[in-house]
Design a protein around this ligand. Structure first.
Ligand SMILES: Nc1ncnc2c1ncn2[C@@H]1O[C@H](COP(=O)(O)OP(=O)(O)OP(=O)(O)O)[C@@H](O)[C@H]1O
Ligand SMILES: [Mg+2]
Length: 397
């Protein structure tokens, strides 16, 4: 396992969690699923590995990141082309129409070829579906007849919904898109299985837009954090494979200082330890390595956590979320909800206390769900000590 800090890992670089992988495969045998886990949790690597295992079991898989798709049409087009890569193609005549339509969008009428008459004005023949939807339906019908089950795994799925929401008539577009998605999930199972995942909370998005019913066919799947035993095993592997063994005391010190053993954070700390260029590594070196990680030069390692909030929240919610985190990064042991409320009120002269309390509770729930905060007995604190110290440095008082 190489010491990789950021990109998707696969093969020997991937630390396997066989029980969790098996659990997802069992789920996918009879359910569509959604995996929402905090950023840098290891979602993409995990799904990549499960897809690889499914392929070994005879599945066909399509996996792609939908974050960059500009709208629903672009997404459908991309999906059509990805399905082509695993052998599901439109009939030749239809492909000719598609090529002509994309080169000459205003072209309409009929085209007579030897042995075939092609209808070019396809949109007019089906007023309910767009061309892409109709074409996809054709492909999904092929999938339904195929001997192998097909998995379509969509990375950063909530980001596509956020994108649609920001376009003209956004709310209606999201609603229509999720409606389409729900219908295809129903119509083409069990041969076609969907898996959506990402780090922007899909549930919070759906709740905010009154669309929870539209996503409830996607069974929630929890990846779960590393157990202490897994975290130790992970560090042992990293140490051995990178010629820098870390004994139990060092590993425990790393775990105590990290607070939350996300594989990404473990990789980061190990990387910082390596860069100290010391042999052998002792317990006191862990503090040095963490200080290095908390240096302003390392800000970019954590900035994604801040950027995601900017994408996920708008207006008053965004200000409130950032304000809550600003308060909490100053207090390692965390704050009780009432104390957070008091501090927020103090910064908002004339605010309605009940409304503020309602909003703060809702947003605290989201921050816990998205892995920023932990909650225990009404006390909220940063889950990751590394992230807290980054936040304090960059966004604290
Ligand atoms: N199973 C694993 N084995 C080894 N390292 C891992 C594993 N999972 C995650 N990592 C570490 O976490 C980093 C991020 O992994 P990955 O891209 O899969 O996470 P993600 O949740 O998809 O992240 P993002 O939210 O940025 O999309 C990897 O570069 C690696 O450092
Ligand atoms: Mg990812």
């Amino acid at each position: 396992m190489r010491n990789i800090t950021g990109s998707i890992v696969a093969g020997d670089d991937y630390f396997s969690r066989p029980a969790v992988e098996r659990r997802l495969k069992e789920h996918l045998a009879y359910d569509h699923c959604r995996i929402m886990a905090p950023r840098r949790f290891g979602k993409s690597s995990f799904v990549g590995e499960v897809a690889r295992q499914l392929r070994a079991d005879g599945w066909l898989t399509v996996e792609f990141n939908v974050e960059g798709q500009v709208d629903e049409q672009a997404f459908w087009k991309e999906l059509i082309s990805r399905l082509g890569l695993i052998g599901f193609n439109l009939p030749l005549t239809q492909r000719i129409v598609e090529t002509l339509k994309s080169s000459f969008p205003t072209m309409s009428g009929k085209l007579n070829l030897p042995g075939a008459e092609l209808e070019l004005n396809t949109a007019a023949t089906d007023p309910v579906h767009t061309r892409e939807q109709s074409n996809l339906n054709r492909l999904f019908h092929q999938v339904k007849q195929a001997p192998n089950p097909v998995l379509i795994a969509l990375d950063e799925f909530p980001s596509l919904l956020l994108r649609l929401e920001q376009l003209g008539h956004g709310k209606q577009r999201v609603k229509d898109f999720l409606h389409w998605f729900r219908v295809v999930q129903q119509e083409f199972q069990p041969r076609l299985r969907w898996l959506v995942y990402g780090s922007v909370g899909l549930d919070s998005f759906a709740e905010r837009n009154g669309l929870s019913a539209q996503i409830n066919q996607l069974a929630p799947f929890s990846l779960g954090s590393f157990s202490p035993a897994e975290a130790h095993e992970f560090l042992i592997r990293l140490g051995i494979d990178n010629n820098l063994p870390v004994d139990e005391a060092v590993r425990q010190e790393i775990l105590d200082r990290v607070g939350w053993p996300l594989p990404y954070f473990l990789q980061l700390v190990f990387h910082a330890l390596k860069s100290l260029d010391l042999h052998p590594i002792g317990v006191s070196h862990v503090r040095q390595a963490i200080e290095k990680l908390c240096h302003p030069n390392s800000n970019s390692l954590f900035s994604t956590w801040h950027e995601r909030l900017q994408d996920q929240f708008v207006d008053e919610d965004r200000t409130l979320v950032l304000d809550i985190l600003k308060q909490l990064c100053e207090v390692p042991r965390g704050l009780r909800r009432q104390e957070i409320h008091k501090r927020l009120m103090a910064r908002r002269a004339g605010a309605d206390p009940d409304k503020l309390d309602e909003n703060a509770r809702r947003l605290l729930d989201v921050l816990v769900r998205d892995g920023y905060l932990s909650e225990s007995d009404g006390q909220y604190a940063f889950l990751s000590f590394l992230l807290r110290s980054y936040w304090q440095r960059r966004h604290g008082e």
